[in-house]
Design a protein around this ligand. Structure first.
Ligand SMILES: NC(=O)c1ccc[n+]([C@@H]2O[C@H](COP(=O)([O-])OP(=O)(O)OC[C@H]3O[C@@H](n4cnc5c(N)ncnc54)[C@H](O)[C@@H]3O)[C@@H](O)[C@H]2O)c1
Ligand SMILES: [Zn+2]
Ligand SMILES: [Zn+2]
Length: 339
């Protein structure tokens, strides 16, 4: 079978690799139908992802159809449409014992720390497999994972009905966070520096969009909140300065969710956090969010079809990477088709 392998930075190939076989009876073999290309796949290709080693079969956003199951797998049957949670944890460390396996001390993510899902078939543990109740568009099965990031962010920010929320950045993660927040009944203002992205955010339900390169964000926040400051802020731009801005714009008793993996420190004085008693939390990957996202796809409350702006056959990975490099403003999510 074929797989997309990053041999070393800037060298990606379609390689022939061995087709998996069931060895342990808790395992499931899935025929991949679709995968989403994420910023971290690009980081592995560009050599800027410090977590990855080479060579690596990339892909952590993927889904497909169950082809084979071990004898201990009773929850799934051949032909089920599924999405795969790429998070692999130990089950024993402090984080795992307290129900937060997504930050396991020996965490591995398929497609980053170990080989991932951009290949024709994959073998995974049954616990990583989440099925759709109904038939669903094969090309969208791979988009459950980015929505689980948005759902985790919403959970960490305790976003619920009636909350006013500012999401900084309208990339795939900002958009997924937006749709989950809208599904919960929040009122959402979202920013970007690219006008086209804000148009997509409007289609996904944003209540107010701000082009920060032209409009005054602080004034807009004041207008949106009757000068109270923003109760919840999610920073998906993940720069030192947006984090600083979030602390400034948050209302007293507000919550801020950060998700960046950057090393650049921000200049934030303790007093700015203490005075307003801000809650600042990190959010990483997802903790048991697949089934809820799948329900949102099936009910139509989440719209992965809007997120998918381009698609390529997986053998055209070079063309997909070139498009992302040449026209980043036009691309929200490139979907690879493995059929
Ligand atoms: N913690 C996690 O679990 C997790 C998971 C996935 C991604 N991430 C991180 O989330 C971030 C966002 O991911 P993405 O795929 O959406 O990235 P992206 O680069 O596609 O999106 C960022 C968006 O922010 C916009 N932007 C840039 N500067 C801005 C500014 N000053 N104000 C407003 N908008 C601005 C860009 O135009 C872009 O649309 C990345 O840093 C990524 O590493 C974290
Ligand atoms: Zn991703
Ligand atoms: Zn653990």
């Amino acid at each position: 079978m074929r797989a997309i392998k990053v041999i070393e930075p800037f060298k990606v190939e379609i390689c022939e690799v061995e087709k998996p076989k069931i060895e342990n009876q808790d395992e499931v073999i899935i025929k991949i139908t679709s995968g989403g290309i994420c910023g971290s796949d690009i980081g592995i290709y560009n050599g800027t992802n410090s977590l990855a080693t080479y060579p690596r079969i990339i892909g952590h956003e993927f889904g497909g159809i169950v082809k084979e199951i071990g004898s201990n797998v009773t929850e799934l049957k051949i032909g089920d449409k599924v999405a795969i949670d790429p998070v692999v944890s130990c089950g024993e460390c402090y984080a795992c014992r307290t129900g937060r396996h997504n930050v396991c001390s020996t965490l591995e993510v398929m497609g980053v720390h170990r080989d991932g899902g951009f290949k024709e078939f994959i073998k995974v543990h049954k616990n990583n497999v989440h099925k759709f109740a109904k038939d669903f568009d094969d090309s969208l099965l791979g988009l459950v994972e980015p929505y689980t990031i948005g759902m985790q962010i919403n959970a960490r920010g305790e976003i619920s009905k009636g909350d006013k929320v500012l999401i900084m950045g309208c990339g795939p993660i900002g958009l997924c966070t937006l749709q989950v927040a809208k599904k919960s009944g929040a009122e959402v203002m979202i920013t970007d520096i690219v006008a086209e992205r804000l148009e997509i955010a409007k289609k996904m339900g944003a209540d107010k969009t701000i082009l920060v390169s032209k409009e005054d964000l602080e004034g807009a926040v004041n207008g949106f909140t009757n000068n109270e400051g923003m109760p919840v802020i999610v920073d998906t731009v993940c720069s030192a300065s947006t984090f600083e801005k979030a602390v400034k714009l948050a209302s007293p008793a507000g919550r801020i969710v950060v998700i960046g993996l950057t090393n650049a420190p921000s200049q934030i004085a303790q007093v700015d956090i203490t005075k307003k008693e801000l809650t600042i939390v990190g959010s990483r990957l997802n903790c048991n969010k697949f089934d809820e996202v799948i329900s949102g796809f099936e009910s139509g409350e989440l719209s992965p079809e809007i997120l998918k702006t381009h698609s390529f056959h997986f053998t055209k990975i070079q063309d997909a990477l070139q498009l992302i490099k040449d026209e980043p403003e036009k691309v929200i999510k490139v979907v690879l088709n493995f059929n």
